[in-house]
Write a protein that binds this ligand. Structure first.
Ligand code: AMP
Ligand code: MG
Length: 500
């Protein structure tokens, strides 16, 4: 078959510049490609033609059967700390980078497969993916994007017409994922662990050119790169925390250099506020619990610092080793301040505040404490502050078992709001609504949509949920069912699984 032409305009810098850091590889052929999902708005953003992609030819491309013109599929090498233990060789075991396109904003974006068959990095795995988990990537990724949180996004999901063997037989699928890049902390760890200075240097140069081009040529560029990643991750994790997102598997191979959220495996959104919340079936010790995420991010960034250190030292000569460690430690320590500042910035917006006062962090924390002790739904608890600001406190109070404690807090909050002059109650309410979503990807709704698609081939619940997730701040009556928390009994035994 002729390679499909004119679908993408690839420009493959990874393949071109990083020879030796990947293996060229082809996607596996599958039995009967069928397009289950095409992200039309994203296709347009990428300068692609959605009509040309929504064809049998497009389905063949997104299932891996037809490699489009200009693509140079490759499996990337990376390592990673998984649940604290180091695996020196992971790599794309079921993923392939097809290439890069430059989008309409001039941003370079990776186009990559997940579930496209075995590669030299597959170890024991089958290289495949199932429909449910790939559609989960769509829902959670699009939900995060609509919430304004940096994330990789799904361009398409193609069914393969084949079954994958898990605990049961499941319909197979291939996800096409778009990312600012697929560079991970683990990519650096792979070459650092092998003392391969030449490749490590090329990789760092590539990361700087791609994500922080203003640092190119700077004498302290490797430490500066570390600083940029620290900053992006501090802001990202603060955003996660302010929407109650639990990634579930924050291994260093799942942490990007770009600052995008990646790999929606055993992730979940918190319902009743609980810092210890953890849903992942494989996270038995709660390492990646909601409240641990900032600490884990810092731990992962320390692993990036270790991987970059040989470059810093080499550039500074032998005598520089001690100083390099001290300076890298300083950069790592900056995480805490950046994170706290980003968190508080987000919390002020959630409280409807436009100014800064000393007690704002205490005000936010005391509200969280109330949510925690009274097991209030995190999303609705914040959202109903908007109604309270507009004059209706009843909807907020109904969420609390002991509204008296809440009243003590709302008196403080109202006093703090009143200190900002010239804000009408309506514009305060609007401000709060724009910072506190009404709709998040609630676990039971996601599960329901995936089940219908996977078990019955019924995409309607998925489509409806996706439409709601794309308008998270709008209180439209037709989306009301998606704003409701799951019954507590459902949440209590909710678990998410990865690797499927
Ligand atoms: P993940 O948990 O999806 O981030 O994957 C961690 C590592 O396991 C990566 O190197 C993946 O490529 C690999 N992996 C996960 N599932 C499979 C699979 N079914 N076949 C081959 N490799 C896999
Ligand atoms: Mg991963």
């Amino acid at each position: 078959m002729q390679p499909p032409q004119n679908l993408f305009r690839f420009d493959n810098s990874y393949a071109r510049d990083l020879d030796g850091l990947y293996m060229a590889w082809k996607p596996a052929e599958v039995r009967s490609p069928r397009l289950l999902f095409l992200n039309r708005p994203l296709a347009v953003e990428l300068g692609l033609d959605p009509e040309a992609l929504a064809t049998p030819e497009g389905a063949a491309v997104f299932a891996g059967n037809a490699v489009p013109e200009g693509a140079l599929p490759l499996a990337q090498a990376y390592a990673g700390h998984q649940f604290g233990g180091f695996s020196p060789q992971l790599g794309d075991g079921r993923a392939l980078l097809l290439g890069e396109v430059v989008d309409r904003q001039g941003q370079r974006r990776d186009i990559a497969f997940k579930g496209s068959g075995r590669t030299p990095f597959s170890r024991g795995g089958d290289g495949r993916a199932a429909v449910g988990p790939m559609l989960r990537e769509v829902l959670v990724g699009e939900g995060m994007h609509a919430l304004g949180i940096p994330t990789t996004r799904a361009l398409a999901v193609a069914g393969t017409g084949e079954e994958v063997v898990r605990e049961q037989l499941l319909p197979g699928a291939v996800l096409t994922r778009v990312a600012a890049s697929h560079l991970r902390v683990g990519t650096f760890q792979f070459f650092a662990a092998r003392d391969d200075m030449e490749k490590l240097r090329r990789l760092a140069g590539y990361a700087i050119a791609r994500h922080d081009p203003d640092l190119a040529g700077a004498p302290d560029r490797y430490l500066a790169l570390l600083g940029r990643v620290v900053r992006r991750q501090a802001v990202l994790i603060a955003q996660w925390m302010n929407v109650g997102f639990i990634h579930g598997v924050m291994n260093t191979d799942n942490m990007t250099i770009s600052g995008e959220t990646i790999d929606y495996g055993p992730c979940a959104f918190m319902e009743a506020y609980d810092p210890k919340a953890v849903f992942s079936s494989i996270d038995r010790n709660g390492r990646y619990a909601y409240g641990n995420q900032p600490l884990i991010a810092q731990w992962n960034l320390a692993r990036l610092a270790e991987a970059l250190l040989p470059l810093v030292v080499a550039d500074g000569g032998d005598a520089a080793a001690e100083e390099a460690v001290a300076r890298a430690t300083e950069v790592l320590k900056s995480f805490e301040g950046l994170y706290q500042a980003a968190l508080l910035r987000g919390q002020r917006a959630k409280l409807g505040l436009d100014s800064e006062a000393d007690d704002d962090a205490a005000l936010a924390n005391d509200f969280l404490r109330l949510l925690e002790t009274q097991q209030v739904d995190f999303t609705l608890g914040w959202r109903r502050l908007a109604d309270a600001a507009a004059g209706d406190e009843a909807a907020l109070q109904r969420l609390f078992a002991d509204p008296d404690r809440l009243r003590e807090w709302t008196v403080r909050w109202r006093r703090r709001c009143a200190a900002e002059s010239g804000v009408t109650s309506q514009s305060r309410a609007d401000r709060i609504r724009s910072a506190n979503p009404w709709i998040i990807p609630r676990n039971h709704r996601v599960e329901e949509a995936l089940q219908a698609a996977s078990e019955r081939g019924d995409m309607a619940p998925f489509e409806q949920l996706l439409a709601a997730l794309r308008r998270p701040f709008d209180e439209t009556p037709e989306h009301a069912a998606y704003a409701e928390p799951a019954p507590a009994a459902v949440t209590a035994c909710y678990q998410t699984f990865c690797g499927t």
